[in-house]
Write a protein that binds this ligand. Structure first.
Ligand SMILES: Cc1cc2nc3c(=O)[nH]c(=O)nc-3n(C[C@H](O)[C@H](O)[C@H](O)COP(=O)(O)OP(=O)(O)OC[C@H]3O[C@@H](n4cnc5c(N)ncnc54)[C@H](O)[C@@H]3O)c2cc1C
Length: 270
């Protein structure tokens, strides 16, 4: 199938994009790498009157850093992160995660902000950014606000974004030199969407221990209570927690996710 007719704009500034997204006389949709939106248009699951291509906006394509965090623009592609953009104390996690997404042609176009906004339960960034304690900067004509990555996804393909709102950037706090992280993605072929995934971060300097389990068919499950995981071992409480998610109907899926979490813990050296 082919998309319905739509108008196309490629604004060069954030205010211009937000003006277009605030229009109430037609249905408007932001487009970043089009790796998810493209198929949705072709299948007519999305039928906007106007597409606002946000990839020419400098704030959205830049990577900045300050003393506390790395700020990655929403339209930074997976490929740029895979190639090492975003240096500093992130321990190589961005490159490692980006390199496992799909194949290079998808990574050349797909963006970190697009992936987060699309909120596919099996996607990689939503899991990793939650474990890293990242924050998302959102903007609309009404102003700006920040949301914790762990609270951004509300359900499958559903986020905290309000109509007319864009993800502008992702702020990743620097890891301390003692931090350890692990990410494990289980899929049948390299680069596929995950059937189970887990990201863990241990940063003793910040008294931080966070494990996030993904591909649950719902929101990622954040496990930050140290009683749930001791010395790299998942307690029965982890199984109980995962059984309370949409995975609960399938004991094999729960078991797979526990194993994947253990592997992520092993990768972190816990
Ligand atoms: C063959 C294939 C395999 C894939 N495998 C994986 C995989 O293994 N793991 C994985 O994580 N992903 C995978 N993906 C998805 C890929 O990561 C895409 O990058 C991602 O789904 C969407 O990013 P995008 O930049 O292309 O967004 P788009 O397709 O342009 O947009 C997706 C949605 O997000 C909205 N949007 C985009 N940017 C913003 C923004 N800044 N603010 C607000 N809303 C915005 C759009 O309106 C749209 O609703 C795969 C995709 C393909 C085609």
């Amino acid at each position: 199938m082919k998309p319905v007719d739509f108008a196309y704009e490629r604004p060069k500034s954030l205010p211009a994009a937000l003006d277009l997204l605030a229009r109430d006389d037609c249905t408007v949709r932001a487009m970043a790498g089009a790796q998810s939106l493209g198929p949705m248009l072709n299948l007519r699951l999305a039928q906007p009157d106007l597409i606002v291509d946000i990839t020419a906006i400098p704030e959205l394509t830049s990577i900045r850093s300050d003393r506390h965090a790395l700020a990655v623009g929403a339209c930074v592609t997976h490929a740029r992160l895979e190639d090492g953009a975003g240096p500093g104390r992130t321990g190589g996690i961005l490159a490692a995660v980006a390199g496992g997404i799909a194949y290079r042609a998808v990574r050349n176009r797909g963006t970190i902000g697009g992936s987060l906004a699309h909120a596919d339960p099996s996607a990689d960034w939503i899991v990793c950014t939650a474990a890293l304690g990242a924050e998302l900067l959102l903007a609309s004509k009404a102003g700006q606000r920040t949301v914790a990555a762990a609270e951004f996804m509300l359900g499958p393909f559903e986020t905290a974004l309000e109509p007319g709102e864009l993800v502008v950037e992702l702020r990743l706090p620097w890891l301390s030199e003692h931090a350890r992280w692990g990410y494990y993605k289980f899929c049948r072929k390299a680069g596929e969407f995950a059937q189970a995934s887990a990201a863990v971060l241990f940063d003793p300097a910040r008294d931080l221990q966070c494990c996030v389990v993904g591909a649950t068919s719902g929101c990622p499950v954040v496990i930050d209570d140290p009683r749930f995981i001791r010395d790299g071992q998942c307690s029965e409480r982890v199984t109980e927690l995962l059984s309370a998610t949409p995975l609960g109907d399938d004991p094999f899926a729960v078991r797979t996710h526990v194993v994947v979490l253990r592997r992520a813990l092993a990768r972190a050296g816990v």
